[in-house]
Design a protein around this ligand. Structure first.
Ligand code: NAP
Length: 311
């Protein structure tokens, strides 16, 4: 029989890393499994403005770097693998990965969420050729080019502010005539001379052989279709999409109680399966922020420890 960890955490965003720090600090034998880059959604955030104590314009990667070091400091082990199947019933949970099998007395699911695509014609084909879901990653490619940002929430407006440092002009395309973003963020965008708005509009199609050269935008009130062409000298422009997230929960369908793709927990992060907890953006909750993800992780780890003590 392979090693049985006390706590196996799937996902290394703020929820997973906070859980790992708390678990490690409680001397729990802890493993974090991450399939891709450490940090989850937050590593594509240029600046975190509202994490408590964060007054120094810290970036997502920087905050995650510190959380990761802290988890290691408390003894959490890390492995890169993609979990493809889970057996969560019973006293020992079994996670099957592409590279190996992992066993834990408890599991904390902290798999987060991924950016929601527009779903329009031409979007998939132009990812990396003008279409992006990450300003921090791709802003520099559009230095002095026109940039369009799709969405009206905190992410769209905050990232538009960041992109305005690079682009010639940033146009926010929003499907309504009022932003959803927090008022303080809206104010900054309205005051920024490089940011424009295209209200009541949705992107219908993205075009271009290779790079993006034009897109079709529809006014949802009038039904009018308008083709936006790239500036002749530039030949292309950037389309950054920030219209929300989709939970990374497919693996757990039929294994734990779920609602609209999100995992249902109680306030102690317990799912309906004993010894299985969920934390962060993947669970049903009202506020998805770094601070709430980290809090979920801390609660889940503490509850997992109590569960193990009771075994
Ligand atoms: P969000 O709050 O869900 O906003 C999504 C935006 O995209 C909304 O404006 C929505 O329009 C629009 N939208 C949704 N589906 C669309 C579609 N199919 N086509 C066109 N537009 C569409 O998502 P988010 O901005 O990514 O934020 C997610 C969570 O993270 C939120 O809780 C947010 O507060 C938090 N967050 C916080 C910060 C911060 O505080 N610094 C930064 C980033 C994110 P409608 O307005 O019409 O619904």
């Amino acid at each position: 029989m392979e090693k049985i960890y006390d706590i196996v955490i799937i996902g290394s965003g703020p929820a997973g890393l906070a859980a790992a720090s708390y678990a490690g600090r409680a001397r729990m034998d802890t493993l974090i499994i991450e399939k891709a880059q450490e940090g989850g959604q937050i590593v594509i955030t240029a600046e975190i403005e509202n994490y408590p104590g964060g007054i120094d314009h810290e970036s997502g990667p920087s905050l995650i770097g510190r959380m990761s070091k802290q988890a290691e400091h408390f003894g959490a082990q890390k492995v890169h693998d993609t979990i493809v199947e889970v057996e969560l019933d019973g006293d020992v949970k079994h996670l099957k990965g592409l590279n190996g099998d992992y066993y834990g007395k408890t599991v904390i699911i902290a798999t987060g969420a991924f950016p929601k695509p527009i779903g329009c014609k031409g979007e998939q084909e132009h990812i990396g050729k003008g279409v992006s879901y990450c300003a921090t990653c791709d802003a520099a490619f559009f230095e002095d080019f026109d940039i369009y940002v799709v969405g009206g929430g905190d992410s769209a407006v905050e990232e538009a502010l960041y992109l305005a440092k690079f682009g010639r002009k940033v146009t926010i395309i929003h499907r309504r005539d009022a932003l959803r973003a927090a008022k303080s963020i809206q104010e900054k965008a309205f005051a920024n001379p490089k940011i424009d708005f295209m209200w009541d509009s949705v992107v219908e199609e993205i075009k271009g052989e290779g790079l993006v050269t034009s897109m079709v935008v529809k006014n949802v009130k009038t039904g009018e279709l308008r083709e936006i062409e790239a500036n002749e000298e530039d030949g292309t422009f950037g389309i950054f999409v920030f219209i929300g997230f989709v939970p990374n929960g497919a693996l757990f369908e039929g294994k734990v109680a779920m609602e609209n793709g999100y995992i249902v927990t109680d306030e102690n992060m317990k799912t309906n399966i004993p010894g299985v907890f969920a934390a962060g953006d993947v669970r049903v909750k009202s506020l998805r922020q770094v601070v709430t993800a980290a809090a979920d992780g801390a609660i889940a780890a503490t509850q997992a420890e109590r569960y193990i003590e009771g075994l």
